[in-house]
Design a protein around this ligand. Structure first.
Ligand SMILES: Cc1ncc(COP(=O)(O)O)c(C=O)c1O
Length: 391
């Protein structure tokens, strides 16, 4: 094992949202932070080295992205997702959430309906509301510890919606949507002329036994209506560098999207993000494979621990992402009591499920991208809080 994911890293006093905003968010500065979606693992050495090399040049002036930036993105899409992408189909965005906002502005008007699927990553519905569009919630069906799409409802909602924001893979449910599910979604969206924004930021964090399907790559017809957002930030722990790619094969949609970015003058990005992205895509595969293995073992560890020690706690086993969705409803605690107990009794900082929209009540999202020793401690505390006096 070349990389050491067991290493604990002190992230305090680095302006880390996850660590240094604990007092603000939880009113307790020493909770084990298992909320914000970044990882407690070192960003890999080959990325840090590339950034340091560039930082050693004494001038940080205006830069642009050349073929050296785009080629690795294209090659990664081909090798990892079987997706052939042309250079001019890729548009830089300073993050996937900003890209969501650009898409809402580019393709919809105030009052338009945009379909989302809750419980879901909150900025997905917040960007809709922030721009005065209407959320049409195709709430996921929770069934036997997994989440399914309500296709009957989707068919109805698609009749008068302008866009669907798909979270593919899904955060927080951890679903790696399978091809047949995505094909049904595409069929409905094509029939009713609904554009699809496919947020694929977690596409490279898929667990063994599952395969990510790029929505736009389902068919040429699906590609025509799709805006895909992809980034190396989750996979390689680069979120602070605000660098992502939006891929749009339909030239008309691409022009509208680019225009929004141009009008806001947000296309420059930062030079270190480009350098890091290139290093990640060129050299990242061995590291990524070890990361997946470690995360997968963390997921298995969590599942075994809960099965053996916390009867009544339901866990949605992630097929992708490093987020675990936990359903506490069997314990009969209201959301405020549950959060307070987790924070003040157990010293655990999870994301309350309610923040992910309808369907999140009584649930919590736990980020397991941490050293196993941290996870072990956190699960021990969780078990003690819920069951008490574990052996
Ligand atoms: C589904 C999803 N989309 C987007 C983001 C954030 O993207 P960015 O940091 O590039 O804006 C996250 C981060 O947790 C996420 O889970």
């Amino acid at each position: 094992m070349k990389y050491n994911f067991d290493k604990r890293i002190d992230r305090e006093n680095t302006c880390s949202v996850k660590y240094d905003l604990r007092q603000t968010v939880f009113e307790k500065s020493d909770v084990i932070p298992m909320w914000v979606a970044d990882m407690d693992f070192e960003t890999p050495d080959f990325i840090r080295d590339a950034v340091i090399r560039r930082a050693n040049h004494p001038i940080y002036g205006y830069t642009f992205r050349d073929a050296g930036y785009y080629q690795p993105v294209m090659e990664w899409m081909q090798s990892h997702h079987g997706w052939t992408v042309q250079r001019d189909e890729i548009i830089f965005s300073p993050g996937v959430v900003p890209a969501l906002s650009f898409a809402v502005l580019a393709f919809t008007r105030p009052g338009d309906k945009i379909i989302i699927q809750s419980p879901v990553y909150p900025p997905i519905f917040r960007t809709v509301e922030d721009h005065n569009r209407e959320v049409s919630n195709n709430r996921l069906i929770l069934k036997e510890n997994t989440c399914l799409v309500d296709f009957t409802l989707l068919e109805e909602q698609a009749k008068d919606a302008a866009m669907l924001i798909l979270c593919n893979p899904h955060n927080p449910a951890g679903r790696c949507w399978d091809k047949s599910e995505l094909e049904r979604i595409a069929q409905i969206c094509l029939k009713h002329k609904v554009l699809v924004f496919s947020d694929e930021i977690h596409a490279d964090l898929v667990m063994p036994g599952f395969r990510h399907q790029v929505f736009a790559n389902l068919s040429p017809e699906a590609a025509e209506i799709t805006i895909t957002a992809h980034a190396p930030s989750k996979t390689f722990n680069l979120a602070g560098l605000a660098t992502s790619s939006v891929i749009i094969s339909n030239p008309v949609l691409r022009a509208s999207f680019s225009q929004v970015i141009e009008k806001m003058h947000l296309g420059m990005g930062n030079l270190f993000g480009s350098v890091a992205s290139t290093a990640a895509y060129l050299h990242g595969e061995p590291w990524r494979l070890q990361l997946i293995d470690y995360l997968h073992k963390n997921i298995e560890y969590t599942e075994t621990f809960i099965r053996n020690n916390i009867p009544g706690l339901l866990m949605y086993r992630p097929e992708a992402t490093y987020m675990i969705w936990l359903d506490f409803r069997n314990f009969g605690l209201d959301d405020t009591t549950l959060k307070n107990k987790l924070v003040h009794e157990a010293g655990l900082g999870f994301n309350p499920g309610r923040e992910f929209g309808p369907g999140g009540e009584g649930c919590m999202r736990m980020n397991i991208a941490c050293p196993r020793s941290t996870l072990t401690e956190a699960l021990g505390r969780l078990g003690n809080m819920l069951i008490g006096n574990l052996p």
